[in-house]
Design a protein around this ligand. Structure first.
Ligand code: GDP
Length: 460
């Protein structure tokens, strides 16, 4: 057996990482708030733990929130870790080794509104990354006549409604199931689903009243325990591996990384390799920071220092030389391994995300590697060639590069969720280059396509 074939020294089941996706205003934030809020109101010590960028709900809390639906004796996974930033944008940013960082996702769909463009976008991302997910059919409290009876689970109260209300809700729920089927996915109301890996469970919920949340938690726990246990087995004492959620300036620390750790342990003093805009950064962890417990939040200090953090968790890493680190990039602890080998791993992971560029095309700027990749995929589908694609704000150099395109319709910068540096604005004013700027990918591409169509019409 070679070294790399050695079984892990200390295999432990880590917490599954859960992301929330869906169209704007369908209730992603409310759902996360409700889960956190109901956990806290369960009143247990340690009902939730606030991390950087994520919230951990331990199994005991999940169980007391889900009542009879989750018997803690049936589970050996430690609970659920919810990523705090909802939306498919953060979901596609958070990747690990070519897949999604989140192990499971909740796709939130407003029952009254059904599928919307960002629902479809989110579905495409979930399909591409092969992420198991459930659908939370949200806002059931707004269905006319909806009168949830006390207590959960939702199914009995659903059955107990007036015929008319039930019919209306049925129609909307079946519409969602039909829309999933149009996307090539087999789905059903969750209580009829036998195998959540094969069939997508649709769970009626209300982020407002909390109806259906116990059922949602029970399905998430069951799905993780039954089908994902093998992926949750990690070498917990081994060198940590994570993904940069954000690069943030923090007073007294300089540039810091908000990281979601999905494997191993990070310790203060560890040498880490991080993906940066100018290649891998090698640095040493100066401090590991977590949010202050709520009771102490009024003190000046927002963070408390910890010696080490174990997967799965969110943590802020303070270290020198992090200015050029990229959101979405991998972070690896070196520890006993060969630094060059870890650098090669990080480079290999970054290369997977590299965008194919051509001799002629548009310039693309995006805020993270994940969104750059999502942009590149969307442009490829729309058959729009890319001359250059980079993470970062729009700089004067981008205007110069876009100006070198031969076709006028390619003298364009497509900027997704980034700022325009002031001197780049000056450059734009004095050039033929056009800038399109949006924080929704399909809108950005639509705007550009409209511009191309208008130009074509004008020329005819
Ligand atoms: P997001 O954009 O997907 O994060 O959506 P938000 O959580 O911000 O919710 C958008 C709006 O819908 C807000 O006004 C919420 O109060 C409302 N909302 C969210 N969930 C529910 C629900 O279950 N029932 C009702 N009636 N309103 C909801």
């Amino acid at each position: 057996m070679s070294d790399t074939d050695q079984p892990p020294q200390s295999e432990t089941l880590r917490t599954p990482i859960v992301a929330v996706l869906g169209h704007v205003d369908h209730g992603k934030t409310s759902l996360l708030d409700k889960v956190r809020g109901s956990a806290v109101s369960e009143g247990e010590a340690g009902a939730i733990t606030q991390h950087i960028g994520a919230t951990a709900v331990p199994l005991e809390t999940v169980s007391s929130m889900a009542g009879s639906l989750v018997d803690p004796d049936d589970f050996d996974l430690p609970g659920l870790l919810f990523i705090d930033t909802p939306g498919h944008h953060s979901f596609s940013t958070l990747r690990s080794r070519g897949g999604a960082l989140a192990d499971i996702a909740i796709l939130v769909v407003d029952v009254n509104d059904g599928f919307q463009p960002q629902t479809v976008e989110a579905l495409d991302i979930l399909k591409r990354t092969g992420t198991p997910f459930v659908v939370a059919a949200n806002k059931v409290d707004t269905t006319p006549g909806w009168n949830p009876q006390d207590g959960s689970p939702i199914k009995p109260s659903y059955d107990g409604q007036s015929d008319r209300a039930r019919q209306m809700l049925d129609t909307n729920l079946y519409e969602i199931i039909g829309q999933l089927s149009d996307e090539g996915l087999s789905a059903d109301l969750y209580w009829r689903v036998q195998n959540f890996q094969k069939n997508i469970g649709v769970i009626p919920v209300s982020a407002l009243t909390g109806e259906g949340i116990p059922d949602l938690l029970a399905v998430l726990m069951g799905l993780s325990q039954r089908y994902m246990k093998a992926e949750m087995a990690v070498d917990i004492a081994g060198p940590g591996a994570g993904t940069v959620l954000e690069v943030k300036e923090e007073r007294g620390f300089g540039a810091t990384l908000d990281v979601v750790l999905y494997d191993g342990t990070v310790r203060e003093g560890d040498t880490i390799v991080v993906g940066g805009t100018n290649g891998p950064i090698i640095t040493e962890i100066r401090a590991l920071l977590q949010p202050q417990p709520l009771a102490e939040i009024r003190t000046e200090k927002r963070f408390e220092r910890v010696d080490e953090v174990k997967a799965a968790a969110g943590v802020k890493i303070a270290a020198p030389d992090l200015d050029a680190a990229m959101a979405g990039a991998p972070v690896r602890v070196v520890r006993s391994r060969d630094t060059d080998e870890v650098i090669r791993d990080v480079q290999a992971e970054l290369a997977e995300i590299e965008v194919n560029t051509e001799e002629e095309g548009v310039v693309v700027k995006a805020d993270t590697l994940g969104s750059l990749e999502a942009m590149a995929n969307a442009l490829k589908e729309a058959e729009i060639p890319i001359l250059r694609a980079e993470v970062g704000d729009v700089a004067p150099r981008d205007v110069a590069v876009a100006g070198t395109a031969r076709e006028d319709e390619h003298k364009v910068i497509l900027a997704f969720n980034v700022d325009i540096l002031p001197n780049a604005e000056d450059e734009l004013d004095h050039s033929e280059v056009k800038l399109f700027d949006d924080d929704v990918i399909y809108q950005l591409i639509e705007e550009y396509e409209e511009f191309v169509d208008e130009r074509k019409r004008a020329q005819q």
